[in-house]
Ligand binder design. Structure first.
Ligand SMILES: [Zn+2]
Length: 419
């Protein structure tokens, strides 16, 4: 049955033929000051100015704002274990190196993931995907990378795929991140990651993106390049975490190899930022990490002014970015990376959808697309990045159904579109 969300301000992200938005295009939200979105069986059938036709069932949004749902293009949401104790020790002043030496840090998550069954990992991830959806995230990426062995990486990948099938209507895009860290007890991991685990991932999911973490203490530039060459040979699109703490020198190589994205970029030089900005590679800002670690942020303003295509994501993980909220990341991008609210919204919806290859039906509101949208309880879309830690939007509509913190709206949408 067709119903309309009416009397609303609407962020559409039109025109759709712009592709990934860069530079000044990032401010272009294609906003309709007052209009309605008609939805039939989870698909948008109208999205236009004015009022819905007489006779169409209509939910009056009383001037609230409709936006595309968030697309979280960088997460580590598949993990097991809990690092609250470690955090408490850190807060009490125990030096990080001491925490690492006593088995804390990323290796503590790796041990928990290795010990977990695939079924348990899947169940934990499904719970987290529901939390993300409740916060307005209608599609996401999830990386492997806490296995660091052929078997454990493959178990993580199976769990991510299986969690995705439990969430029909919420695209969950897996990424192979075997090169997330080095295991001090398995010095052979670099070779096994390149020669065995990556090809296994590419066989299991043809065309899966291959990611890595190049940093002091993690993967070296030389090993990163060997992995990227192998991944490109297997037909895997390339993604890279680099320059989080130090300028590694990997950026020009990754751009030359046509990486889909380079993520972090906090410590990048001007030359490296310009190199990404002038290429087809998307720069992904992950401001929840510098917030949690009190380290410098990516210079998003400079990158956009250089003409760069930027996306923003949560980087949700149990250590350096403990948040499932894209809205929070976008709010940090406005406060600490120099983005305007409009740029942050584009970066966390339309551009993020492009990075994941989901732009044909996600990240914009357009006739014929799946209805993946959020309604914020404000007359202006900028409110959703002005507000901090505001929690769930008033209403979230996706092929998964409806949710939201406004009980009356949720009840009205549920009865209009019972599924
Ligand atoms: Zn990451």
């Amino acid at each position: 049955m067709t119903y309309a969300l009416s009397n609303a301000r609407i962020v559409t992200m039109r025109p759709m033929d712009l592709g990934v938005r860069r530079g000044t295009q990032l401010c272009d939200l294609g906003t309709i000051p007052r209009g309605f979105v008609a939805i039939d069986h989870g698909t948008i059938t109208e999205c236009t100015a004015g009022d819905p036709p007489a006779g169409m069932r209509s939910i009056d949004l009383q001037g609230r704002t409709i936006l595309p749902g968030w697309v979280d293009c960088h997460t580590h949401a598949c993990w097991a274990g809990d690092r609250s104790n470690e955090w408490a020790r850190k807060l009490s002043g125990v030096p990080y190196l001491e925490i690492l030496a006593s088995g804390g840090g990323i290796m503590s998550t790796v041990r928990s993931v290795r010990a977990a069954t695939a079924e348990h990992l899947t169940a934990l991830l499904v719970r987290r995907l529901h939390r993300m959806l409740a916060l307005g995230t209608v599609a996401c990426e999830v990386k492997t990378g806490y296995g660091l062995s052929v078997d454990a990486e493959s178990k993580m990948l199976r769990s991510i795929l299986s969690a995705g099938t439990s969430m029909p209507g919420m695209p969950v895009i897996p990424t192979y991140l075997g090169a997330h860290a080095l295991d001090p007890e398995h010095p052979d991991w670099v070779r096994e990651c390149i020669d065995r685990a990556l090809p296994a991932a590419a066989r299991a999911v043809p065309g899966i993106s291959c990611d890595l973490f190049c940093e002091k203490g993690a993967w070296s530039v030389d090993d990163s390049l060997r992995l990227l060459e192998r991944a490109a040979g297997l037909g895997c699109p390339l993604r890279v975490h680099t320059d989080q703490f130090t300028s590694t020198g990997l950026v020009p190589h990754a751009v030359r190899m046509r990486a889909k994205s380079i993520d972090h970029l906090e410590a990048s030089t001007d030359d490296d930022l310009r190199c990404v900005a002038e290429s087809g590679t998307i720069g992904v800002g992950l401001p929840a990490s510098p917030f949690a670690l009190s380290t410098p942020y990516m210079r998003g303003r400079a990158f956009i002014d250089m003409g760069g295509a930027i996306a923003i994501a949560s980087n949700w993980n149990p250590g350096s970015a403990p948040t499932p909220s894209v809205a929070f990341a976008a709010a940090l991008a406005v406060r600490h990376m120099g983005l305007t609210p409009e740029e942050a919204i584009t970066a966390a919806t339309w551009n993020a959808a492009h990075l994941l290859g989901l732009e044909s039906d996600t990240g914009a509101l357009h006739v014929g697309k799946a209805a993946r949208l959020q309604v914020v309880d404000a007359p202006d879309e900028r409110a959703c990045v002005l507000e901090l830690a505001g929690g769930a939007p008033a209403l979230v509509v996706s092929p998964m159904g409806v949710s939201g913190c406004d009980a009356a709206l949720v009840a009205a949408a549920t009865s209009a579109d019972p599924r």
